[in-house]
Design a protein around this ligand. Structure first.
Ligand code: HEM
Length: 216
């Protein structure tokens, strides 16, 4: 089960990195990208870096053998993630390709991504390792949804041969929504399935959680 999830995550991370790397090889489908090149570049490049490095943070062997690496790369990934999330909110709210529906789902999932990163960081600073793990899984799952979005969107525009602008907007919105909902749900299911102890309430929790053996 764990190896299967690892393989799927690795594959999706690769797809996301390819989406970032090939972004500048094609005409932007969203004309708004031309108006804010720096914001788009920050999002696309740092998003690719986030997906390249974040999967290794979940590998237990790396965490236990190189705790210094995990800590420093983790701090870098939180900083990068905050920029990726803030630029995602900017693009989704100011230059949405799919209009109001995009404002709604990016507002929701973009905010959730940022909050999950912040929660993950605050919990580990307070030594609540189990809660740190859960929030970092939630953040990563949302970031990874971008790859699933591409895996739905690209075949869809091939199937709907020669799509109109409004079909493209609808397909983009549907692909984003399905990807976010599936990823958030799978992350939540995985967290519940692998949660070994009762996680204390965030407020007033005194327990300094030790990493749980065998947990990736
Ligand atoms: C963490 C890894 C991420 C990567 C690698 C990434 C990659 C990209 C790329 C390459 C684009 C340009 C569009 C394209 O070429 O298809 C893009 C656009 C966008 N991304 Fe991300 N992204 C990431 C995270 C996120 C997150 C967490 C959100 C929000 C929850 C988000 C929201 C958006 C939005 C709103 C756009 C503009 C869509 C439009 O055209 O309206 N991204 N992203």
């Amino acid at each position: 089960m764990r190896w299967l999830l690892g393989a799927v995550v690795g594959f999706l991370a690769l797809v996301g990195i390819i989406a970032s790397a090939t972004h500048y090889l094609q005409e932007p489908y969203n004309p708004g990208f031309r108006e804010y090149p720096v914001i788009v570049a920050l999002h696309v490049v740092l998003g690719g870096v986030y997906l390249a490095l974040a999967p290794f943070q979940f590998v237990k062997r790396i965490r236990s053998r190189h705790p210094g690496y995990h800590r420093w790369v983790g701090r870098m990934l939180v900083s990068i993630g905050l920029v990726v999330g803030a630029t995602a909110l900017f693009m989704g709210l100011v230059i949405p390709f799919s209009g109001w529906i995009e404002r709604a789902y990016i507002g929701l999932f973009g905010t959730f991504f940022l909050l999950a990163l912040i929660q993950g960081f605050l919990h580990v600073r307070a030594k609540r390792v189990a809660l740190h793990r859960e929030w970092m899984i939630r953040a990563f799952a949302i970031g990874l949804a971008v790859a699933t979005m591409h895996l739905i969107f690209v075949p869809a525009i091939i199937v709907v041969a020669d799509p109109t602008q409004s079909q493209l907007q609808a397909l983009s919105a549907a692909s984003f929504l399905v990807a976010f909902v599936v990823h958030a749900s799978v992350a939540e299911a995985w967290i519940r399935l692998t949660r070994k102890r009762r996680v204390p309430e965030a407020s007033g929790a005194k327990a300094a959680y030790e990493p749980i053996p065998g947990r990736g």
